[in-house]
Design a protein around this ligand. Sequence first.
Ligand SMILES: [Fe+2]
Length: 232
Amino acid sequence: MTNRAESESQKAVSLTVASMLQNQRLQDKRIQRQVRQMQNSVVCALSMLLDLKDLRTGVHATRLAEWGVRVGEHLGLSREDLRDVENASLLHDIGKVGVPEEILNKRAPLTRDEYDLVKKHSEYGWAILRNIPYLENSSLLVLHHHERWDGKGYPGALRGEEIPLGARIVAVVDAFDAMLSTRCYREGLEMEEVLRRLRGAAGTQFDPQIVELFIRLSSEFDEIAGTASAAA
Ligand SMILES: [Fe+2]
């Protein structure tokens, strides 16, 4: 083979390899997109399950996810951690499907046994989600979303930074939305009073740094919070 023919042949091989690599990259991207879509569909289907259980829960969870992600962004969380916070916010109360409805909807104060059953929802939620590989981290946030900064929460009585950061975020945004929303047994509180109570529980129930950040960001949440109060 002449030098020229050799060089032409090498060029052709290089072009073929480049084209194969390009095709492979496109295929990888397509697969990644399909995996992401499948993951979103699973989270969406589980959220719908929450909606079917109690319509207000689903709307509440969507607001939480938006606020939780915003708090996480300001704390500099990675994309993966933000995704875990978002999924945990959406699905934090999924374990309530395992708690009898007559207890969840009871207007009178709960008995000790009933309250113990309600508390089980964080463990039920963890048990449901931990079997889905990409929700494994979120399942831990769900497990610990009722822990308290002072160690008096459940189920693990974890204290301070022992509690996963994402679970500390979910705890604050969950409490904020719960206080703001009107329930069948009580009126929602005014924004000012909600923030006062959050501030009062910083360092006991909640991570004080997250409360401080959340209060600073709360003016951005005003519009959404207004919608929440009106819709609840
Ligand atoms: Fe909960």
